[in-house]
Design a protein around this ligand. Structure first.
Ligand SMILES: O=C(O)C1=C[C@@H](OP(=O)(O)O)[C@@H](O)[C@H](O)C1
Ligand SMILES: C=C(OP(=O)(O)O)C(=O)O
Length: 432
């Protein structure tokens, strides 16, 4: 047993309290890139302490045309010089990898952009091809189609017409949209095929609009002309993906009353759909006093099909809740899970297997089979360097007497205070 693991127990099956969540990492990471591109005209408000955001803020501070200081700790320490070339390491942050690829393509100077071993397995060829078509100078430092990338920034724009596949990751599209207004000819982006994670593209466009950048979106074409950012601030909402773990806790508790300040019924984050999903599990969401009150009002679960295509980061949360409740639902829209922090489908299958639950893949449809489900006295959950594996399985402490979770620090990627927040509502002991 490693000292980085955490043992979770919950003496009673209640969850009551107020939890102040950190800012949305998706909103922050967009806001930071917008701020840097705007030359400081746009200012971010309420920066998240998610490690992915802290890393990105540090890198942009070092590589921004203007001086931006968020007072973040300088321990990002992620830029090193190797053979006269600057290497920028973004760790496990997918959005930072994709957004910075476009950002560095635009900025003068040469960098190697890299990340964790897992990041080197997460595809980026679709974005690199699109940027190369625009005129960018990007080469693969190791394997074609994957980080690390060698980027020679600053280019003469060859075209404003780009076609891009929409079904692998919306982050490629966001990366291009973020730099579009700075391109001399602007950008006309043709999205080919289905668009996955659509709310994240909507979030990008909404935030650009707040920063003064207009767009049009007709059919599958998004256009942004060359234009200036306005002088304004971008406030960041608390993170709805983080809120999902509190909904899961409420769903597995016998009694729950939780208040999450700062979350409102109108959100740029698609993951706010967790309120609708969890209504099926008897969790009511009442928006008042500048936040949301969750309350458990038990009722039979009716919904049998969940499509996660627009909210992939909620998939683990919802699947674990269904498994714990023995609710044999069907899931679609899980395709992109295989290229995230880990292969999340395989990780779920392994860990749910420890309580006899199967997640059966049948083409694009996944069926949860709880026919052999059992509740062990004790369970050890592997987390595969994936923050969402740790946080999605943590609520199981309400049904399994001793839950040990591998590598507690993994949550820092998006929600560093997760374990302390659990302690506030009576989970314990939090050390092995
Ligand atoms: O743009 C974003 O902020 C994100 C988009 C989604 O990725 P995909 O578009 O790759 O599904 C999501 O899973 C990720 O956590 C954050
Ligand atoms: C997929 C995620 O992040 P990213 O792609 O930014 O690494 C996530 O936070 O679940």
């Amino acid at each position: 047993m490693s000292s980085n693991n955490i043992i979770l127990t919950k003496a009673d099956k209640t969850a009551n309290g107020t939890i102040q969540l950190t800012g949305s990492k998706s909103e922050c990471n967009r806001a930071l890139v917008i701020e840097a591109l705007s030359g400081g005209r746009v200012k971010v408000k309420n920066l998240s302490d998610a490690a992915d955001t802290v890393t990105l803020a540090g890198i942009l501070k070092d590589h921004s045309p203007s001086t931006i200081d968020h007072g973040q700790s300088a321990d990002h320490g992620l830029s090193t010089i190797d053979h006269g070339l600057k290497t920028v390491n973004i760790g496990p942050a997918g959005t930072a990898m994709r957004f910075l690829t476009a950002y560095f393509a635009l900025q003068p100077g040469e960098v190697i952009l890299t990340g964790t071993e897992r990041m080197k397995q997460r595809p980026i060829g679709i974005l690199v091809d699109a940027l190369r078509k625009l005129g960018a100078n990007i080469t693969y430092a190791e394997k074609d189609g994957y980080p690390p990338l060698q980027i020679s920034g600053g280019f003469e724009q060859q075209t404003n017409q780009i076609s891009i596949k929409g079904d692998i990751s919306s982050q490629y599209i966001t990366a291009l949209l973020l730099i579009a207004a700075k391109l001399p000819q602007g950008l006309e982006l043709h999205i080919e095929g289905e668009l996955t994670s659509r709310p994240y593209v909507e979030m990008t466009l909404a935030m650009l609009k707040q920063a003064g950048i207009q767009h049009s979106w007709q059919g599958n074409v998004i256009s942004i002309a060359n234009q200036e950012f306005s002088e304004t601030s971008l406030p960041v909402e608390p993170d709805w993906s983080a809120a999902s773990y509190w909904y899961a806790i409420a769903a597995l508790a016998d009694e729950a009353e939780l208040f999450l300040p700062g979350l409102t019924s109108y959100s740029l984050q698609g993951d706010s759909v967790i309120t609708e999903i969890m209504a099926n599990f008897g969790i009511t969401s009442q928006f008042k006093d500048g936040g949301v009150y969750l309350k458990k009002e038990p009722k039979p679960i009716q919904r049998k099909i969940f499509d996660m295509k627009e909210c992939p980061d909620l998939a683990q949360t919802v699947i674990v809740v269904c498994a714990a409740l023995g609710h044999e639902a069907t899931f679609t829209g899980l395709e992109t899970l295989k290229i995230k922090e880990t292969n999340r489908v395989a990780a779920l299958q392994n860990e749910l297997g420890k309580m006899g639950v199967k997640l059966i893949e049948k083409g694009l449809v996944y069926k949860l089979d709880c026919s052999e489900k059992f509740i062990p006295e004790r369970i050890f959950i592997n987390t595969y360097e994936d923050h969402r594996m740790a946080m999605a399985f943590a609520p199981l402490a309400l049904v399994i007497p001793q839950l040990e979770i591998e590598d507690a620090r993994v949550v820092e990627k998006s929600y560093p205070a997760f374990w302390q927040d659990l302690e506030k509502v009576g989970f314990g002991p939090l050390t092995p």
